[in-house]
Design a protein around this ligand. Structure first.
Ligand code: B12
Ligand code: SF4
Length: 626
């Protein structure tokens, strides 16, 4: 960011999406980060809208600048200078701050406050805490005492007020917009980031939220308490506007950030518009979405996903032990539906990722390992990603522990779902952490990588497109020691950007270690990539590979449920299956009579609907993944 000296006054609005600190206290930063932040896109676009409307009058123009610390170094002194050079009026908004980013956000904010700059922090940490707790937690209070303002809630209706207050130099300590959730149907400035932002991330992918809110009630979830349980959604016109703005700039891959797009009340209207853009207007646009495990029951959802250009789907599987799912109030997750749902996605050639949470009350290191082995054998999911069950501020779990005074790690930097922050009834902290670290290796064995590729190939999934994502998810932890969602290309470390309280290292030892680290990681990456490539080439060269099948790919109608561990692993699983029999009135194994037989399709035991006609031949023409 240049200092941009101006003769007349210009209000400087600088938006920063912060990162967080690694184990050594250095800021996690990459040459190319995972994807552009939608939180930043949403606030940036609204701010640009305020600037275009000349909110502060024609004699005080607003300049909006944005930066994402996961790929750009934040230099507080440069920011302070820019504001001073433009007449001294400005505001720094620290955007979309998650709990794990709050300490870093406060450190950035504090150095800006020290230079006399007005700063406001918003995002899930502050919104979640204010939504759920009866008192303001000490870290937020401490920030306020440093003169840092707090914004809770969504920016769509409150940003103008903030800018007006900041222009008068009268920012309030707290803006609480939690009580009213804005309608986002027809926002004049929907989320958008200029193309240079997308270029600083991997691939040609950007993100936007088509809707907010989820009707379910999982106890570890923060979303429902911040964004609500009612579905609010952007209109198809608004979605088209977002897609066209990006497409015109050469960006045609999108991550729709809705936590559960299947419960977006207007998913079909949105899909129909996207299908029109693809099939009539010829726009080559592709999507990655997040859904729940019952999405396959929504008529047309999966087939329309394919037509709308969805190539990848994230599914909140979370666990295969029904006792754990009940403990987490995740009653909508039924193990008896998992295979049907995953086979449905396979049927249309869409790559699946499932989230799996470790540390529910009944988990032990042994049960976790065993559960992963069951998944490998019996569930046709491609990528599995692991998270440590964490009482994230904003969740019911956090509220309960907080109110009961149960010990939780006070360092918010650790609330990145990769650290143990509270006690577990059956595992020590070390055992729990060990089980998390081991989980990646247990799932992504050489044998299982080959099985995933073989299953995908025989199901019509483009394995050349699967390869990079499989590489990403199987390698992030062993190579870099970070979760795949946080990984990036080429780790950047600035010696002086270290967490306050930790010493600034000697240049020689810092750079020697940094270089050795990079060299070690590059070698690992090359080795792993080559290995995966060999698997892909081997499968492609195998004349029988298209005929590959196994227990996981077996149509539900043909499965031998009585012998599947998924359904028999423990008392809770057997009870869940029994309950399902009572409700549906027929036995899982007896689906055989109703389901489609092996005919080149992966049947799912559903009565075929009018739309249910896509077979393998069509899959060959399915678009490749993002
Ligand atoms: C997309 C996404 C990601 C993406 C991109 C990040 C992004 N922000 O776009 C990626 C994949 C990188 C990611 C990663 C992670 N994520 Co994430 N992510 C999301 C998700 C699904 C959507 C974010 C979003 O776009 N929301 C919509 C926007 C518009 O809402 P918003 O961020 O709240 O912003 C609005 C308001 O808060 C307000 N606002 C925000 N900031 C500011 C600032 C000012 C000044 C003002 C005025 C207003 C304002 O205005 C905005 C517009 O209304 C959310 C869940 C969710 N529904 O939000 C989880 C979520 C934010 N992620 C979460 C977590 C835990 C993570 C990870 C730690 C998990 C992991 N190991 O992968 C990592 C860590 C990332 C890191 N530190 O590097 C948690 C955070 C919970 C918490 N208490 O902190 C959430 C809430 C999901 C959950 N499990 O509960 N994530
Ligand atoms: S399904 Fe996902 S978004 Fe909905 S309440 Fe559960 S965890 Fe939250």
């Amino acid at each position: 960011m240049s200092d941009g000296i101006s003769a007349s006054k210009r209000f400087q609005l600088i938006l920063i999406k912060p990162s967080h600190y690694d184990e050594d206290g250095y800021v996690v930063q990459w040459l190319r980060s995972t994807m552009p932040s939608n939180s930043l896109a949403a606030v940036y676009s609204l701010a640009k809208g305020s600037a275009e409307r000349e909110l502060l009058g024609s004699d005080l123009p607003i300049d909006v600048h944005a930066m994402d610390e996961t790929n750009t170094r934040v230099r507080p002194r440069e920011i302070a200078r820019r504001i001073a050079n433009n007449g001294g009026l400005g505001l720094v908004g620290i955007i979309g701050v998650q709990s794990n980013e709050f300490p870093r956000a406060v450190d950035i904010a504090w150095s800006l406050r020290d230079a006399g700059v007005q700063v406001l922090i918003g995002g899930f940490h502050v919104s979640g805490c204010l939504a759920m707790l009866n008192e303001t937690p000490s870290d937020i209070k401490a920030a306020q005492e440093l003169g840092i303002s707090i914004y809770a809630g969504e920016a769509e209706e409150g940003l103008d007020e903030v800018i007006l207050d900041a222009a008068r130099g009268k920012l309030r300590p707290l803006y609480d917009y939690m009580k009213h959730l804005p309608d986002i149907g027809e926002i004049a400035s929907p989320p958008f980031l200029p193309v240079d932002f997308v270029r600083r991330t991997i691939g040609n992918v950007t993100s936007f939220d088509a809707g907010r809110g989820c009707p379910f009630q999982c106890s570890f979830c923060t979303i429902i308490n911040v964004q609500g349980r009612k579905s609010r959604y952007r209109s198809p016109d608004s979605i088209e506007q977002i897609l066209r703005m990006n497409y015109e700039n050469g960006v045609n891959r999108f991550f729709i950030t809705d936590d559960n797009f299947a419960r977006n009340k207007d998913w079909e209207g949105i899909y129909d518009r996207i299908i029109k853009l693809r099939e009539v207007d010829g726009m080559d646009i592709r999507f990655c979405i997040q859904v729940d495990t019952l999405c396959h029951k929504i008529p047309n959802f999966i087939d329309k996903s394919r037509r709308a250009g969805v190539t990848r789907v994230f599914i909140g599987l979370e666990n295969i032990n029904p006792a754990n799912l009940i403990a987490a109030k995740k009653r909508q997750n039924k193990i008896t539906e998992y295979r049907k749902m995953l086979l449905e996605w396979k049927r249309v050639g869409i790559i699946t990722y499932a989230g799996y949470i470790l540390g529910f009350p009944n988990d032990t290191p042994e049960s976790i390992r065993h559960d992963i082995q069951i998944i490998q054998k019996e569930l046709p999911v491609d990528m599995l990603e692991f998270f440590i069950l964490t009482p994230l501020p904003g969740s019911e779990d956090h509220k309960i522990l907080y109110e009961k005074g149960v010990a939780m790690d006070p360092d918010m930097n650790k609330y990145d779902v990769e650290h143990v922050v509270t006690a577990h009834p059956k595992m020590t902290a070390d055992e729990w952490m060990g089980a998390y670290q081991a989980a990646w290796g247990t799932y992504y064995t050489d044998d299982h990588l080959e099985t995933i590729v073989r299953r995908a190939y025989s199901s019509g999934v483009n394995i050349r497109s699967l390869m990079p994502v499989l590489f990403w998810f199987s390698s992030a932890v062993p190579v870099e020691g970070v979760h795949p969602l946080q990984w990036g290309i080429f780790r950047i470390k600035h010696r002086r950007d270290r967490r306050p309280g930790l010493p600034i290292e000697w240049a020689l030892s810092f750079y020697a270690r940094y270089t050795a680290d990079i060299a070690r990681k590059v070698l690992k990456v090359i080795k792993r990539w080559r290995h995966l490539k060999q698997i892909v080439l081997k499968v492609e060269a195998d004349p029988l590979a298209k005929l590959y099948t196994d227990e996981a790919l077996m149509p539900v109608a043909e499965e031998d449920a009585a012998h599947m561990e998924l359904y028999t692993q423990n008392e809770a699983a057997r009870a869940a299956v029994e309950r399902e029999h009572r409700v549906t009135g027929h036995h899982i194994a007896s689906h055989r009579a109703n389901g489609r037989q092996a005919n080149g399709h992966h049947g799912n035991g559903h009565t075929a609907s009018a739309d249910d006609h896509h077979g393998r031949d069509e899959l060959q023409t399915a678009p490749p993944v993002i």
